[in-house]
Structures are given as C-alpha cells and as structure tokens.
Design a protein around this ligand. Sequence first.
Ligand code: ASP
Length: 325
Amino acid sequence: MFTRRHLLGAAAAVAAGATHLAGQTVGAAKPVRPVVLSTWRHGLAANEAAWKILSSGGRALDAVEAGARITESDPNVLTVGYGGLPDRDGNVTLDACLMDEKGDCGSVAYLQHIEHPISVARRVMETTPHVMLVGEGALKFALENGFKKKELLTDRAKQEWEKWKTDHPDAVKERQVNVENHDTIGIVAIDAQGNLSGACTTSGMAWKLNGRVGDSPIIGAGLYVDNEVGAATATGVGEAVIRAVGSFLVVEFMRQGHSPQDACRLATERVVEKNPDWKQLQVGFIALDKRGRVGGYCLQPGFDYAVYDQSGGNRMVKSKSRVAL
Ligand code: ASP
C-alpha cells in the first residue's frame, strides 16, 4: 500500500535532487558534471580537447565538436576523417552528425575532401532549415561556407587499400562486416550547466561499397541526445545499429529508469534480436545520463571507451560485452 510516509519520502527524495522516471525514484546522489566520454582509445585525445572547454564552464556542444575535430585531423586514426580508410573504389567518404541540448541536430553523409565533417554538420544545423546534407550538395555547402578542400587519402591508407585489393580479388561479393575494420568516434558530454550534447564522426566501414552510409550520421542510430534524460552514441557495424535505432533506444531505456550501463546492455540485446548474424558483428554503445552517470556495452570483447571527469581524470574503461572473452 502507498502510505503517507512513502509520499513524504518520495517528496524528500525529489527535493534532494532525485528524479522520477517511469514511476521509479532514482537515487539522490549529487549530479556529477562536467563529464565527457567517447568511444575507443582515440577518445582520450578527444576528451582532452573537450575537457578544456568543459572545465572552463563552456558549452557541451562546443566541447564535443572540439573533441571530434581532434580525431578527424589525426592521420593515425584510420577510421575517422583525414587518414580514414577508403571505400573499395579508393574514395574517402565521411559521415558525421551532432545534436545539442535543445534537440537541434545537423548531419552530413558521403562528404568528400573536407577534413572536418563535424563542423560542416554544425553549420547545417545552425544555418539551414535542414538536418542532413549528403554527397555533392554537402560538399558544395561546405565550400560555400569557407571549408577548404583537402586530399584525405593518406599514403598509409592508400597502401592499406592496395594491399586489401590484392588480398581480396573477389571483393565485390564480400560483405565487409567483421569486427576489425571500423572505429568511429562518438563523444557525449554534460557541461557545468547540466546541458547535454553529442557528436559522432567516421570514415565508415573500410572497403564499403561506394555510396554506402552507415549509422554514424543518422540521428537516433549513431547518436541521440535528450536533454531531459541523457545521451548515447554507437560504434560498430552501422547496418546492425540502424536496424535497432540503437542510440535512440539507449536513451529511451534511460528514460524508463535504467542506468546508462543497463540501457547500453538492453540496447545491445535488441541488436542481437534484430540481427541473426550478430556473432559475426561488433556493435558498442556508450551513454551518459542527466546526472553524469556513464556506461558502455558491446557485443564482442575488445571495445573500450574514454571517460573524463573531475574526480577520475581521463581514463580508459573496458566495456562489458555480450560475448565473454
Ligand atoms: N558505425 C560505423 C559505420 O558503420 C563504423 C564504426 O563504428 O567505425 O559506418
């Protein structure tokens, strides 16, 4: 029975900062902020750039964009921006999106020759009535907005591509879905004001068919932010993430009262349900809630993510996985 004592208890918890989610009172611990987290080891450098902004009181959106730009410029990251591995015809084609605390979002897909697709996505969000621009139109928009053309195919990426072609003479028939050839950066943050934003940027799956677009620039799949609840982003085989509308699903699980960690696990279970070939795939999610709690989960062992907050500094966290080591 729900007594007056329960009611008073619940009221006190709310006053102390607890949240009611789906009828459940979640603990009243003081929110942690700012916090930034991002996928894979390259997330450490991205977090550093984001933290500079967050620790001086800056906006989460500026922080995630700054973080994503670091990875986009790094030629040693073969899965994002400059230096990214090309499609099977040798084209480096980039996908990126971002989303802010107001629910505003911007996205580009199949963008070529531009080092910072994440900043083009932000320009789409801030200066056009649209969410998403693709291909030639996205390139034209970028050039009109002052972005400069750059050769994104580095010698190293070209050599890898040539080696791949030699090793895979029958490549056109192959489905490139193994756990090795992708590593997007997704980055989500909460700022000192308690506002959430996220960004996601990638060169997509290596050796993809020309024209292929993955989950990363698709709002709800590769990234989702709801400032009342939390933010989530995905990495791994984009087709599998799209089928589950993965990042939106993680946020919806948090809305129902699940911790970021559980929300990522439950969304991973949905990926399993929707993808009969899930044992051959890698998918990973990371999430952050409005109280600054973080979590991550993946299908196969090997996924990790970088977390930066005041008390713990910038560190790698090994993700739990559906398949045990
Ligand atoms: N999700 C990306 C894609 O499918 C790949 C990745 O995470 O690296 O394009």
